[in-house]
Design a protein around this ligand. Structure first.
Ligand SMILES: [Fe+2]
Ligand SMILES: [Fe+2]
Length: 296
């Protein structure tokens, strides 16, 4: 059992989605903001940092101290060849659903429900089929958990490594513990990169976004690839940091990443999707874009 005072060393989050819930607290849904409601007004000015749960704070500390250039390179070497397993998307979905088996069903929704809620919200707004599919699969890189990666290497806001850590990243003070802070080459504004080099040449902290990008990149349009690869890059898409690394393609694609974010963040609902009713549509959608078997 995990109490607030009893944080396990490497896996501080009770549930992997505690991170996402925390992001939602940091960036509250603007649609719910009502300036004439005094309670809501107060909420808009509340101190986010003071409210962060100790387990989530510990999660950020681990993430910021361990995501280094060497770590990212080692994980890329391990995962990018996609030689872990061969699975259909539906097999992957089943495996991922085991992630919440032990947790409290009242507060946590299985991964598949977040997938359906995100995708259905996109579909309701009449977006193209590839966009709906992107919403459906965007978090399946959490498969990294199944392969034994610690929480701090699966979820969390992502950021470039190999150059100075922006103070726009949540809890920037935790980078003091990151060994890359002792490498002068990594601590200039551009670090090992050139200005305008483009994000494809930038090593991002390792997690579910980057991993899934490699799994699906041959099958979905560029817009979808960006949404998947950078959906947790809050320092860029919410805070405007790291724009000096972008190239023309990144600047053209950034609006799509921003367009995707509200569907990810603000569609969590306790109304459970009717999986049986939705399944035929999604089976057809997955078969339209993805091969029968995917390499993971
Ligand atoms: Fe995600
Ligand atoms: Fe998500």
């Amino acid at each position: 059992m995990t109490g607030e005072n009893q944080i396990p060393s490497n896996e501080p989050l009770v549930d992997l989605d505690d991170w996402q819930d925390d992001v939602r607290n940091r960036y509250p849904d603007p649609a719910e903001f009502n300036p004439t409601d005094p309670a809501k007004k107060k909420e808009a000015f509340r101190d986010y940092r003071a409210e962060v749960r100790p387990s989530v704070k510990e999660f950020y500390r681990l993430n910021h101290s361990h995501q280094t250039v060497d770590f990212v390179r080692s994980k890329q070497a391990e995962y990018v060849p996609l030689q872990k397993r061969k699975m259909t998307l539906w097999e992957a979905t089943e495996v991922l659903n085991t992630l919440v088996d032990d947790s409290d069903p009242d507060t946590n929704v299985p991964q598949i429900e977040h997938a359906f809620q995100t995708a259905e919200a996109i579909r309701e707004q009449g977006h193209p089929r590839w966009f709906i599919l992107t919403g459906f699969i965007h978090d399946m890189g959490k498969m990294l958990c199944i392969f034994g990666e610690p929480q701090w290497a699966v979820v969390g806001d992502t950021f470039p490594v190999g150059c100075r850590f922006s103070d726009k990243i949540v809890f920037p003070e935790f980078f003091a513990e990151n060994p890359d802070c002792n490498v002068p080459e990594y601590q200039t504004e551009c670090g090992i990169y050139n200005e305008g080099c483009g994000l494809d040449n930038v090593l991002m902290s390792w997690g579910h976004d980057e991993y899934l990008y490699h799994v699906i990149k041959d099958y979905l349009p560029l817009e979808a690839q960006y949404m998947i690869r950078y959906h947790s890059f809050y320092p860029l898409h919410r805070e405007g940091a790291y724009t000096h690394l972008l190239n023309d393609q990144d600047r053209a694609m950034l609006p799509w990443v921003k367009k995707f974010n509200p569907f990810d963040l603000y569609t969590k609902s306790h109304t459970r999707p009717d999986v049986q009713r939705l399944m035929p549509f999604y089976e057809e959608l997955v078969a339209e874009f993805l091969p029968e078997t995917l390499c993971w």
